[in-house]
Structure formats: structure tokens, C-alpha cells
Design a protein around this ligand. Structure first.
Ligand code: ADE
Length: 235
């Protein structure tokens, strides 16, 4: 998979992809993230990328021309499955969206700034609009990093233990169960007996019940859906 991120603040995205899982994904040739500075595509001597809003009002608007030129340059090099715009009024990002995006080959992510982009960019170039939650960030960069991380870790081979992405919270519509490691007892605090039993079926059953309990307690909104309730296991 290849993700091309278009931004006016490339420095904000220098860090996240140089570390841990994402770095390894790149080294293994499974994912590549390229950050593109929009500024060189700007207009005139100043390389302007934004202008005042027609009709007045506070805040600058990102112009269509630099964005169109940048996207067209990328498109001349390969075909893209989606051109995503990060915006607080987009579709709320969630695990099923991450799963679907992880199956794509090439993605462009455009990060919004200031008051956002000229509406014609959204109408003519963008195929998907994503919000990472009901709050407003200073720009789409951190949101783009969140999406790229959630998607890249799902690509087969990126995680060492491939099954671990499958047992993440939300993958089956439930929150993940509690986990423990050594020591089995710390100052009187004990690990649940069943996890030390070596009995695989009992352990699996315990984990499922704990997932249900945790979801019911913390995210009752998830319990109403069919997610995690195939065959009516949860009432
Ligand atoms: N840009 C600003 N706020 C955002 C959000 N919540 N999600 C995605 N992009 C954004």
C-alpha cells in the first residue's frame, strides 16, 4: 500500500512514520507513506496556497489550483483508489472504515487547514471525507496520521503476530478483554486463575465474557448493534 499525504505543514508528519510498526511496514515493503508539501504547488512568487473567502468572513480558504495541481501530479504517476479529505464534518472514522481502507492499493490523504478547502475541491477531487471525532484540530495532519496508523497496521505481515490485529478492540464489535503478564501475583494482586489453567477453550470463553462485560459497562452503545452478537450470543 502507498499513502500520499498532502499538507501545508509537512514537518507535523515527519515523526509518526519514522517509528515502530510503521517504520517496519515500510522496511518490509508493505507500506509506504510519502508526505507532500503543498507549498511548491502554490501560485505566484509567494507560492500562495490560500486566499480570503468569497462573501467575507474570518479565516482563509485553501485554493483549488495548488491542490488540483498536486493531485494531478500524483495521479499522473499511478491510479488512486481513494482521495480522502480529513475534515471534522466527514464520516466518523471507525474500525470497519480502517478495515476497508487496508484493502486498497494507493490512497491520497489531503489535510485541511485554516477554514478548509474551496468546496469545488471536495466536489471534484475528493472521493471520501473522514473525521476522527467530534472536535476540531488545527489541521488534518494529526488526523491523517491516525488514519494511516490504523490502516497500515491491518495490512497482513505488518504486525509480527498476525492474529493480534484480529483480536483488537472493535474488530468483532466488542472491546478487547483484559490482559495480564508475569508475575502471576504482585503484592497479593493475582492474575485470574483460568488464564494460568492452560485450558484453551475455557480461556477463550473467559475472554469473550470479559469482552462482553467490558463493552456493556463502558460502551453500551455498541451492544445494541449486531456487531459481536452473531448468533445472538449476547442478550
Ligand atoms: N481537521 C480538523 N479537525 C478534524 C477532525 N476532527 N477530523 C479530521 N480532520 C480534522
Amino acid at each position: 500500500m502507498r499513502i500520499d499525504i498532502i499538507t501545508v505543514v509537512p514537518n507535523l508528519l515527519r515523526g509518526p512514520f519514522d517509528h515502530s510498526i510503521l517504520k517496519r511496514a515500510e522496511q518490509k515493503g508493505l507500506a509506504k507513506v510519502e508526505v507532500h508539501d503543498l507549498r511548491p504547488y502554490g501560485i505566484g512568487n509567494q507560492k500562495s496556497i490560500d486566499d480570503y473567502a468569497f462573501g467575507g468572513g474570518a479565516g482563509m480558504v485553501m485554493m483549488i489550483e495548488p491542490i488540483a495541481n498536486c493531485i494531478e501530479t500524483l495521479r499522473s504517476q499511478r491510479t488512486y483508489d481513494e482521495v480522502i479529505y480529513m475534515t471534522p464534518d466527514g464520516e466518523t472514522f471507525c474500525q470497519p472504515v480502517a478495515n476497508a481502507l487496508s484493502l486498497k492499493e494507493n490512497l491520497i490523504i489531503l489535510c485541511g487547514h485554516y477554514k478548509g478547502v474551496d468546496e469545488r475541491v471536495r466536489q471534484h477531487f475528493i472521493t471520501k471525507e473522514i473525521s476522527i471525532g467530534d472536535y476540531v484540530l488545527s489541521g488534518g495532519e494529526l488526523a491523517a496520521a491516525v488514519v494511516a496508523d490504523a490502516v497500515i497496521r491491518l495490512i497482513p505481515g505488518v504486525l509480527n503476530d498476525e492474529t493480534s490485529a484480529l483480536t483488537d478492540s472493535f474488530q468483532d464489535g466488542l472491546l478487547a478483554p483484559p490482559v495480564y503478564t508475569r508475575p502471576a501475583e504482585y503484592h497479593g494482586m493475582k492474575v485470574p486463575e483460568v488464564l494460568l489453567s492452560g485450558h484453551a477453550a475455557k480461556i477463550e470463553n473467559w475472554r469473550f465474557e470479559e469482552s462482553v462485560r467490558r463493552t456493556r459497562q463502558r460502551r453500551p452503545d455498541l451492544m445494541g448493534s449486531s456487531a459481536g452478537n452473531e448468533g445472538g450470543k449476547i442478550d
